[in-house]
Design a protein around this ligand. Structure first.
Ligand code: THU
Length: 129
């Protein structure tokens, strides 16, 4: 298991590669899986705005591509001075590979500011049909 500061550093490094010329709001995410692997992502915007993708989506895609399907914790950071909360769509993306106790760590540009469990940010998630 990585410590929280290491996870923050991974997300911060991912943020440095963000492509955010339209919002100028760079975001980085780092996922730690149940077997201790780390996958990162950054937001990738597009001139056709809805085509842009969030940092969390990139990190989750990398995780799945790497053969892992269980998120133990995910950390999100940005350039901003307040912590970033995943958007609704990203909470659903995280939920697919999480359980109620999965940790969602919210950071600003300097470090972790808030810690939540999955069930706190997306209670009664849509999990099956
Ligand atoms: N963004 C993320 O990457 N993750 C979030 O949790 C919130 C928003 C991105 C999307 C867009 O590129 C920019 O931040 C402004 O909304």
């Amino acid at each position: 298991m990585k410590n929280y500061h290491q996870l923050f550093t991974f997300a911060r490094n991912a943020l440095e590669n963000a492509y955010a010329p339209y919002s100028r709001f760079r975001v980085g995410a780092a996922v730690e899986t149940d077997d201790g692997r780390i996958y990162t992502g950054c937001n990738v915007e597009n001139v056709s705005y809805p085509c842009g993708t969030c940092a969390e989506a990139g990190a989750i895609a990398a995780m799945v591509c790497g053969g892992n399907k269980t998120i133990r914790r995910i950390l999100i950071t940005s350039d901003g001075s307040s912590p970033v909360t995943p958007c609704g769509a990203c909470l659903q993306r995280i939920s697919e590979f999480a359980d109620a106790d999965t940790e969602i760590l919210l950071a600003d540009r300097t470090g972790i500011r808030q810690t939540f469990k999955m069930a706190e940010l997306l209670p009664n998630a849509f999990k099956e049909f």
